[in-house]
Design a binder for this molecule. Structure first.
Ligand SMILES: [Zn+2]
Ligand SMILES: [Zn+2]
Length: 297
């Protein structure tokens, strides 16, 4: 009995999401933005002893420092939705890239103007835009090019699925299933009013939680056609159609003050109280979310 207890307590079953940056487009320092957070987009998903990171906005720098300080995890999967500046600015400042005992898988979908994930990374770090190329990294890096609507077994009970997004130059959404629970990261994407994105619906069907591009409101969208972004209203419509558990809005515009984000969240909660806005530092225990009836058996 004692032995069984010891074995089960040793198995790490943590499934936790933490936001290290929630801004889109540009970082926004300043007192009016502090409660929401000013760093650009980066989210960490702990799956037992593995860590999956979505995007490398400015928020990834602090995540890197934490991982080094904790001195536990040595294997990471860094999944890029795409390589627009706001999603990659932190890449050269992610400390684990500079430690030879780190193994990092870099995931990326098809992007206009890049032949592969490795090609995109080289384009991101080159003169005259940056003093050194990714050759400076000493970690063991593997580049993984992901097709649209693909499924991968990442090992350790972690399943990955992808979906293409409607964004200039292309972008990829990711879903992770682990221990019967699930999370999807869906940004940046533009919706066509009245025509819900079927690839996204398929990806987030029955998901427990998803982060979604709530850069805009339905009222603002007509002024931003072609920018590649969506609204909190569409996020909630997709949630309902796909029978998803809850939605957290991300990619807050740089001009969106804390009070404005709070106001958007109040609107969201009127429609669906468990959903809301993501803020920097927010952490969600995915194993503790309410168990729900799934649409697909
Ligand atoms: Zn963006
Ligand atoms: Zn973008």
């Amino acid at each position: 009995m004692e032995q069984i207890r010891t074995l089960s307590s040793e198995r790490n079953t943590e499934f936790r999401l933490t936001f290290w940056g929630v801004r889109g487009t540009l970082a926004s320092p300043g007192i009016e933005f502090q409660r929401t957070g000013g760093n650009t987009i980066c989210a960490e998903l702990k799956c037992g002893d593995r860590i999956i990171v979505f995007d490398a906005g400015t928020g990834i720098r602090e995540l890197g420092s934490k991982l080094i300080a904790q001195n536990r995890v040595r294997k990471l999967d860094l999944m890029f939705t795409h390589v627009h500046y706001d999603h990659v600015e932190g890449t050269p400042f992610f400390a684990p890239f500079f430690l030879p005992d780190f193994k990092v898988n870099v995931w990326m979908g098809q992007l206009d103007g890049a032949k592969s994930a490795e090609d995109a990374m080289k384009g991101l770090m080159r003169r005259p835009y940056f003093p050194v190329g990714p050759g400076i990294f000493t970690a063991d890096i593997t580049y993984c090019d992901v097709p649209d609507c693909a499924e991968f077994d990442l090992g350790d009970g972690i399943k990955l699925r992808t979906a293409p997004l409607n964004h200039p130059g292309g972008a990829t959404a990711y879903r992770i299933d682990f221990q019967g629970r699930s999370f999807a990261f869906v940004t940046d994407t533009e919706h066509v009013p009245g025509k819900p994105n079927q690839d996204i619906i398929k990806l987030i069907t029955d998901v427990d939680l998803f982060a979604y591009d709530t850069s805009l409101t339905d009222e603002e969208l007509p002024d931003f056609v072609g920018y590649g972004h969506s609204t909190w209203e569409e996020a909630l419509r997709l949630r309902e159609t796909a029978n998803a558990g809850a939605m957290l809005g991300v990619h807050h515009m740089p001009f969106r003050t804390d009070d404005e984000v709070d106001k958007m969240e109040r609107h969201i909660k009127k429609v669906h109280p468990p959903s809301g806005m993501a803020r920097e530092g927010m952490s969600v225990d995915l194993m503790n979310l309410p168990v729900r009836v799934k649409q697909q058996a």
